[in-house]
Design a protein around this ligand. Structure first.
Ligand code: NAD
Length: 483
């Protein structure tokens, strides 16, 4: 395992080797301690251009590799990454804040995604279509779309790069990745695995901030942008790409959970605790707001408060098994405190947590917080907090609560707890979200499509759909003359 104290030096990686950037340097500090964790270039348009040219050059040969060959390369990359799980995990914890064991889990899931897409690469099929006139045949074949830009946020810095990298390269595309400016160090380690496993130019990295990302998505040789991040940046990217660049947007939103009187309440409390506070609530599919049917409301609130109070919050390097680590950036830390203050002001009661943990300052630690009797117009019930805070409110009518759950601009994930079949089907069908998890809180699995609706974006990652989005169709109409 590499050092837990030496800052990681990141260098742009393209055409199979590392390069200095031409801009100034970004210093990323550990949000738990304030210590320097990584330094990375703030890449300029010229750096981005060099990386895209490398991806475009490599595309000429990578697109022609046989699917089984690509599968072999991706399995090899998975093996390289398996060897570096501890290094990547330590880098994640030092710059992102989640506890070390949780970070190890993230890297292992990325390794699984690489193996999965290695296999999917061999399952891309076309079709034939009979023609209305004899002697003709139409063949529909799928081809890689071209060099791709992958732009990722900081909350799952390896997995969210990984889904793009794996789907795109399995499809026969090459990719230029811009990691988040807050989590460059783990990407540097990933680039070392890439160098050991893949041909030059297939996967490339440029570091930098939004300006670097802007130069990348608007580069004329980029044929597709795969973006995960905030709705505001997603909208900015829609304006920046040229009209002929394909685009998929995985954005944020406010995710509801509905617990009916017919639920297994203990299971619902366990699920709510996990999905509200894991990764300090910094998950696009985190539960933001919980609606509980009146007869079981008081019991649910007191058990959720007790479960939140029992979570261990600590520096994730010193306590690898902690439940919750430091938050990652000042902006969402402050927004969490603002949403707590707003809920208080609107009459909600804080039944667990409620403030930063002063003993762990200057680290960005917030006690897991539950606010009960929260009105629908409170910020926590309508906006994405992206922190360890959840609002709870009672309901009495199923149709009414479905309308309240759907009444937000984005639709990424919703959660339901009930043991009743009719309620299960009514809720699963009427919740207007791309993912609905019933009696569990793991809405995303690698072999099923994962995407949002409305302002939560469009396009899919995971599953065969996560590879299809990097393919384009070609219709070949063949006159062979045989009858
Ligand atoms: P962000 O939008 O601020 O940044 C995401 C990435 O975009 C970063 O790499 C950033 O440098 C880059 N960027 C910024 N401006 C850009 C521009 N003009 N052009 C190109 N790139 C630009 O998001 P964040 O704060 O890093 O991440 C948190 C957000 O991500 C939350 O809203 C969360 O819900 C969302 N998210 C969504 C999913 C999902 O699957 N739907 C998953 C994780 C996170």
């Amino acid at each position: 395992m590499s050092s837990l104290t030496t800052p990681i030096t990141c260098r742009n990686f393209y055409a199979g080797t590392w390069h200095d950037g031409s801009g100034d340097v970004i210093e990323r500090k550990n949000p738990a301690t304030g210590e320097l964790a990584a330094i990375a270039p703030r890449s300029q348009a010229g750096d981005v251009d060099a990386a895209v040219q490398a991806a475009a050059e490599a595309f000429r040969t990578w697109r022609k590799t046989l699917p089984a060959e690509r599968a072999g390369y991706l399995h090899r990359l998975a093996e390289e990454c398996s060897r570096r799980v501890d290094d990547m995990a330590a880098a994640i914890t030092r710059e992102q804040g989640k506890p070390l064991n949780e970070a190890r889990g993230e890297v292992r899931k990325f390794v699984t995604a690489l193996h999965y897409y290695a296999e999917e690469a061999t399952r891309v099929f076309g079709r034939t279509i009979p023609n209305d006139v004899g002697g003709f045949l139409s063949i529909v074949q799928k081809e890689p779309i071209g060099p791709v830009a992958g732009i990722a946020p900081w909350n799952y810095p390896i997995e969210l790069i990984g889904w793009k990298l794996a789907g795109a390269t399995a499809a026969g595309c090459t990719i230029v990745i811009k990691p988040s400016e807050y989590t460059p160090g783990c990407a540097q380690i990933l680039s070392e695995c890439v160098q050991a496993a893949l041909p030059a130019g297939v996967v490339n990295f440029v570091y930098g901030d939004g300006g670097t990302g802007q130069a990348l998505v608007s580069h004329p040789k980029i044929t597709k942008v795969g973006f995960t991040g905030s709705a505001a940046t997603g909208q900015q990217i829609m304006r920046s790409v040229s009209g002929i660049t394909a685009l998929s947007l995985e954005l944020g939103g406010s995710c509801p959970m509905i617990v009916t009187a017919k639920a297994d309440l203990a299971a619902a409390v366990k699920g709510a605790t996990r999905r509200s506070f894991r990764n300090a609530g910094q998950i696009c599919i985190a539960i933001n707001r919980i609606y509980v049917e009146q007869p079981v409301y008081d019991e649910f609130v007191s058990e959720l408060a007790a479960a939140a109070d029992a979570l261990v919050v600590a520096d994730g390097i010193k306590d690898p098994d902690a439940d919750v680590g430091s938050m990652t950036i000042d902006e969402t830390f402050q927004r969490t405190l603002d949403h707590i203050a707003d809920a208080r002001k609107r009459g909600a009661s804080v039944v667990a947590g409620g403030d930063r943990i002063n003993e762990l300052a200057p680290g960005l630690f917030v006690r897991p917080t539950v606010v009960a009797d929260t009105p629908d117009d409170a910020l926590v019930m309508s906006e994405e907090t992206f922190g360890p805070l959840v609002g709870v409110a009672p309901f009495t009518d199923l149709d009414d609560v479905i309308a309240r759950a759907n009444g937000v601009p984005g639709g990424l994930a919703a959660y339901v707890y009930t043991q009743d079949t009719r309620e299960t089907f009514a809720l699963a069908s009427d919740l207007d979200f791309g993912n609905v998890a019933v009696n569990n809180v793991d809405a995303g699995i690698i072999n099923a499509p994962y995407g949002g609706r409305r302002e939560a974006g469009f396009g899919y990652e995971h599953g065969p759909e996560g590879l299809e989005s990097y393919l384009q169709l070609k219709h070949i109409r063949l006159h062979h003359g045989a009858r």
